[in-house]
Design a protein around this ligand. Sequence first.
Ligand SMILES: *Cc1c(COP(=O)(O)O)cnc(C)c1O
Length: 432
Amino acid sequence: MTQLRDQYARFGISEQAAQFGEEILSSLTERFRKIDETAEYNQLKVIHAMQACKVSEACLLGTTGYGYNDLGRDTLEQVYAEVFHTEDALVRPQITCGTHALALALMSNLRPGDELLSPVGKPYDTLEEVIGIRPSKGSLKEYGISYRQVDLLPDGTFDYDGIRAAIKDNTKLVTIQRSKGYQTRPTLSVARIGELIRFIKGIRPDLICMVDNCYGEFVETTEPAEVGADLVVGSLIKNPGGGLAPIGGYIAGRKECVENAAYRLTSPGLGKEVGASLGVLSAFYQGLFLAPVVTAGALKGAIFAANLYEKLGFPVIPDGQESRHDIIQAVTFGSPEGVIAFCQGIQAAAPVDSFVTPEPWDMPGYDAQVIMAAGAFVSGSSIELSADGPIKPPYAVYFQGGLTFPHAKLGILKTLQNLMDRGLITSDFHRI
Ligand SMILES: *Cc1c(COP(=O)(O)O)cnc(C)c1O
């Protein structure tokens, strides 16, 4: 495909880099076929849900003001409940991001004196302030809600004895993070989440089991409520927004738990009845419709990057062969130059802000400089091709997203070319 090579050449990607990429890709045919199969299954699941809930043209319109009788909003919430196999769902532009959705689910289902338990180690960074692990105004801790944590065992398995001992009389809710986020533990498969929930419910059937589903949606054919989760929570500017949702979060789960969240989001007495959808419903519906295939593209990008960088001799998590349960890929470069070359390559492939050169900077809340690459249609969206890395040992970069696989591929080839141009790999493709 000479013409295709010409296209890559226009982005400064050499014949050798493109050829190396093709060799890696040719070994991934079978894995990509399985990902397409999962996407096909999930695509049908979403279409079936939309049909079963009788999504109509009128649903795509929005309301203003109080938003009473918002047909599109109420129907979309039924669609989410159907897709995630839950009794009910809250899907709103008034939920500003994933952290907000998780905070809302926690604050509305816990009361003073209750205890929250994480049996899978430290939760995502932003939740530390929600919970009060790091002191913060408005945290659960400030409201008298305590927190206990049981770390995974060194081999990544659940510490069942520790978990049993950590369940106290006042334990009310258990939070289980599906994705590893930016830690090095393995991401949990839905099946493993199911084992954990079965164990917990075996001790106390009344405990609310919540899953932080961020980055995990549509990676598998099942979702956490199918293995017993009472609440499933995530962000619409990640997988389920399909790249189109400009804002939003969702909370799907048991009716009573979702109702609690609605009364907290709006007001006691009002709950789900208010909350105008403004103009976002069409993007929410269409984004959900696209999400299975968009997630598949992001997964393929992550697997391509893992295999390419593994071949070059860099440590990658997950490795090239491992099964995947989220869309995050880590590559360890061992030097600041590698992290910078990678992030600048991702930026240079972006449809938006490609001419900007990201540099490491002192970001609030971090103890080292951080470099971030994002040229997204939706600001900060991490279902779009994006990468970031703290400038400190082991000099790892975290990379995710890509609304289409060809875009993810271009970005990864651009990172490879940057490393070649800067003398960080040899001419026969080995790390220096
Ligand atoms: C992204 C993420 C969050 C927070 O979502 P934001 O939209 O960034 O606030 C929480 N948990 C996990 C596992 C995430 O990946």
